[in-house]
Design a protein around this ligand. Structure first.
Ligand SMILES: C[S@@+](CC[C@H](N)C(=O)[O-])C[C@H]1O[C@@H](n2cnc3c(N)ncnc32)[C@H](O)[C@@H]1O
Length: 487
């Protein structure tokens, strides 16, 4: 099978693309119903552009948006699901929690469908909704197939702990279910320390591989040896707010699948499950609804495995009509995607994503082009709708105000003649280092990008933004022992 990364809503993708009983292991780390946005902070590696904080994904749920899905469940779902979901509605009411539970129920039903009879599902959540999710899973999977509630100790930084008004919450919950009572499970052990002897035993217990791993992870004395907590300074951290450690996923994948099996993460974020599956020689499927996540995963896989990771990406715009469709469906996502066409990163604002947009700046392209190695920027503006010369005039004004070197307008359709004339009046930017002239204001349309191979002309980029920090190189070793992390 082909490893595949899908860009889009996992419900629709599972329904359309993933066959019944085709997957061995599902790990999902969905939004937790925290009623918060999760941001990503971009910092340029060499540049002096201010950091930008931008929404990576949202965890806000609204009942009106869930009504249609609720009604579909009430009509189409198996009787036992109908009963539980309408029962929840009775006492939870039409509110954000109910919207979240409807969203999760539809998706968990699909996950159950695609799982092989020997398959396992691990649902990573926290106490906000874990008790409701467990009831839903008990109904979908049958409570006899509930295997374990795994406690994963997170290890918050101490400053956070001291702010807590009562007991400090220090863990996430992972609910582990199987589809039947015949399932794959490779027991995991923490190897004995060299020279370890059990009390009362003369020789090292060579017949046993080590201490069996218990279901509280990252807390016992033994667990500390292979701690799977992730800290902000960990080498593997890529700048994705909810990134989970590779070692956590390696442990789950090794225990509940074998090499060659299919591992599926329907909320794959920055791709931790995918990297772990690839490393352990499993096949994989990942889905995420944000362009940022898909982009980050492609970079991550490239950094970790070089050219040795073979996979397809499905769902990104590949021509003008599909780009038009994205712009109509979600202008925010269209903007992220379009900025990448010119190698720019979203501008955002330090406090809120709207700040940059309010100033007419959607993206920043930093480059070094003087003998002092001071960074300069091209300002990028993205327009998914109708455009005219006034947008060029606005961009010229913004470039001047921000003292930027250049400006780029990305449009969907080709610019009018009046727009080209207006852009030409801005003159050119002369590169000190490259001894070259570049049009100061450039326009690139998505149509010409795809159909005529048109590209903007810019000096070399300064390097990556920190939000796309390089993932450490990984050597594939299916039977390698658990990753150990810097903690
Ligand atoms: C908590 S994060 C996952 C983090 C991931 N485990 C990692 O280590 O990077 C949840 C992800 O689910 C994605 N998501 C939310 N709703 C989705 C949906 N309906 N379909 C696909 N992905 C979705 C979000 O964009 C986000 O990246």
């Amino acid at each position: 099978m082909n490893n595949t990364l899908y860009y889009g809503d996992n419900l629709k993708i599972m329904q359309a693309k993933i066959e019944d009983k085709s997957v061995d292991l599902i790990y999902l780390d969905p939004p937790f119903n925290s009623q918060a946005d999760y941001n990503v902070i971009f910092r340029d590696e060499l540049g002096e552009a201010p950091p930008a904080q931008i929404k990576a994904f949202t965890d806000f749920w609204h009942w009106p948006e869930a009504v249609e899905e609720y009604e579909r469940l009430i009509i189409e779902a198996p009787d036992r699901i109908r009963k539980v979901i309408s029962g929840f509605y009775e006492f939870v009411g039409p509110n954000p929690l109910m919207a979240y539970l409807v969203m999760m129920t539809s998706r968990l039903l699909e996950m159950y469908r695609v799982l092989k009879p020997t398959g396992s599902l691990y649902l990573h959540c926290d106490p906000t909704a874990s008790h409701y999710l467990k009831i839903i899973l008990d109904i979908i999977f049958d409570k006899r197939n509930f295997q374990r509630e795994i406690i994963w100790r997170i290890g918050w930084v101490s400053g956070f702990k001291t702010k807590a008004k009562n007991w400090v919450r220090n863990h996430d919950t992972i609910l582990y279910y199987t589809k039947s009572d015949e399932f794959i499970f490779n027991k995991q052990y923490i190897p004995y320390k060299e020279g370890y002897k059990r009390r009362g035993e003369d020789d090292s217990p060579k017949d046993k591989p080590g201490i069996p791993i218990e279901d509280v992870w990252g807390i016992s004395k033994e667990e500390k040896l292979t701690s799977i907590q992730i800290m902000s300074f960990s080498k593997e951290k890529l700048g994705y707010a909810t990134q989970k450690p590779l070692a956590l996923l390696e442990r789950i994948i090794k225990a509940s699948s074998n090499p060659g099996d299919i591992v599926f993460d329907p909320f794959c974020g920055c791709g931790t499950t995918i990297e772990a599956a690839e490393k352990l020689d499993r096949n994989w499927i990942g889905i995420d609804i944000t362009y940022h996540a898909i982009n980050l995963i492609t970079k991550r896989l490239n950094d970790a495995f070089g050219g040795e990771c073979d996979y397809s990406i499905i769902g990104l715009p590949e021509d003008y009509p599909s780009a038009q469709a994205l712009a109509t469906q979600d202008s925010y996502e269209f903007q992220w995607w379009a900025l990448d066409l010119v190698g720019a990163r979203p501008a955002g604002g330090v406090d809120d994503k709207k700040k940059g947009a309010d100033k007419g700046i959607d993206g920043i392209y930093p480059f070094i082009d003087d003998m002092d190695r001071k960074s300069k920027i091209a300002i990028v503006s993205v327009k998914g709708g109708k455009t005219g010369p006034e947008h060029i005039r606005d961009l010229k004004g913004t470039v001047e105000r921000e003292k930027a070197a250049m400006g780029i307008l990305i449009t969907l359709s080709p610019p009018t003649e009046a727009m080209r004339v207006e852009a030409a009046t801005a003159g050119s930017y002369e590169s000190e280092v490259f001894k070259k002239r570049y049009p100061k204001i450039q326009i690139i349309s998505v149509k010409e990008y795809f159909e005529e191979g048109l590209r903007v002309k810019l000096p070399l980029h300064t390097g990556r933004s920190i939000a796309f920090k390089r993932a450490p190189r990984v050597i594939k070793k299916p039977d390698d022992s658990q990753n150990s992390l810097d903690v």
